[in-house]
Design a protein around this ligand. Sequence first.
Ligand code: CA
Length: 725
Amino acid sequence: MKNRRLKRVVAATLILVWLAAQNFDAQTALAWAGSQAKAAKKPSASATHNSEKRILAAEKGAGEDGNWLAHGRTFNEQRFSPLKQINDKNVKDLKLAWSLKLDVDRGTEATPIVIDGKMYTTGAYSIVYALDAGTGKLLWKYDPKVPRDYAERACCDAVNRGVAVLADKVYVATLDGYLVALDQATGRVAWRVDTIIDRSRKYTITAAPRIAKGRLIIGNGGAEFGVRGYFTAYDAKTGKQVWRFFTVPGDPKKPYENRAMEMAAKTWTGDKYWDYGGGGTAWDSMAFDPDLNLLYVGIGNGAPWNDGHRSPGGGDNLFLSSIVAVNPDTGEYVWHYQTTPGDRWDYTATQHMILADLNIGGQTRQVIMQAPKNGFFYVLDRKTGELISAEKYVNVTWATGVDKKTGRPILSDTANYAKQPQLTFPSPYGGHNWQPMAFNPQTGLVYIPAQEVPFIYVNDPKFKMNKRGFNNGLGLIAQGIPEDVFSVSAILSLTSGKLLAWDPVNQKAVWKVDYDHPFNAGVLSTAGNLVFTGTADGRVVAYSADKGEPLWQAAAQTGVIAPPITYTVDGEQYVTVMAGWGGALALVGGDIAKAPGVRSIARVLTFKIGGTATLPPLPAEEPMPEIPANTASAETVQKGRELYHQYCVFCHGLAGVGGGVIKDLRYLSAERHKSFVGIVANGLPGKGMPDFEGTLATDEIKAIQAYLIKRANDEKSRKAVNNRK
Ligand code: CA
């Protein structure tokens, strides 16, 4: 760019000298040269820059069809593209155009931003990639060097959901809590701010920053570990903090931050919630309506999950599990709608929110739509927060419905697990998790990546805050998870994934596609009558938007969870998805989410009609190594099982089943078993394995090892049985 400007200025000067030599009118010549120099200063650069005007033009259908300028493509987060060069007739000819291998093979959840042929995206540990969107050529890379042991404090993998781009900068929020502005052309750091108010607590960020009124808005995660949620607006140019909104009240001995906190504090009871942090993290979804001047933010679960410990005298516990609307200029509270009052199930309302105008009862209503974890699909008036309708989109056992008058759920007789364990749908993984939906204004349908996963909630009467592991106030997860083959297959029979095409006006499914496994990808819909998504079993797929007919699929060699996007380069349409298995259910769910043979290989995959690229052959599956004999007592194995599910499960998976993301500990070699105690005590620096020195005694580590050896032998005999078949 610099070079080109220099050339123009030199050329203008040379022409000026030539004109002067020809006795040309000097004033005209000077004016002309001045205009050339001015032109050299501006336009070529601004053509590749993003602006709120451009995002708004995309939203109004006034240009920008070939770009993906904001997280949900537009401020209303519809994830709908007007492109139709790829359509229901020719999508069968969609082939890989290029792919790019990422640095870290873990969960890959980003939505790439594409501006005028350049793509900006992220992988695990918040690493940013700038690419040529037509070829996949790497233009620059920014690695924020997040300490790898931050993986332990991320409830749901070291993921990142993407960047924001505004003016000449690319913005990333890092897993360790910094908001970083990068020069769009070079990737150099322009500014970097610490967004975390208390570094003694386990805050993380996995979300993409959002743009509104020249600010970047970002929240955080960490409610499973005991934090107080908030979201903050920073000036996009300088990184200066403009305002901050806390989502739950703090210590009542200190003054309330604002009237909203005073109101919220009345809905909490007991004297511990501020020690626990309270939770309510805004870890993912936002939407912005520039006309109403409202910013909508989805708020997460309580800390701890179990309300009996968090707020023992009851109460709604605002603003847990709520959609909160604030003024983006000031951060002032405008309205809220709480989807799960007094939440005790980890039913976050951080799931994707879509703004649309719908014809309901002969009237155009400005609505906001969400399918939060709790299993109900909500349509609200986005000006006031008034409930228009709410219906179950998956199996729901904790409530029988939502009262239209009060807007509150009607609890079922299995809603309370204080006295006895309750088998409940949905699970903490939700009827729908963070994976974005899409709204197609042509079909009028919302496409929901939904799932059926049960969970047994067990009260832990002896709960107290723990520095390691989750603080959810529940009894050991292991108590509810049987490990014998018959019980496991019984649980699996209750578990599935599905893509629902949901009519939000009539609140019912119009079509659906069933999947054996839950935790499938986010969704894109296009004017080509298409819906694109990906699957836990390793495919990228397309269906017709109106009928759900399967039209296309491609092998991704890995579970796909991120939402596809589409754009054009030089008039040609491309479809891109960040492929890479990981995230909450993948890490923890063991056999529940893991499709046979699935593993994590993180890549950018880009398709076009008639593409000719191929992926390298899939590496062979790891064979079962020689494993030590199972000699420990049943008592030691049981002790190891309990400790494993207290400390190890959140990365290595339920029942010792690695979810295909990181090392399956049943496949540890005899060599590794020899150094097991040392590895657990000291960790594996730089690899994400933290040290447990001071947390676990040597005999406890040995008990965990005995449990894993037992599970490895179980797996060996299971494989032997399967081989005989
Ligand atoms: Ca949570």
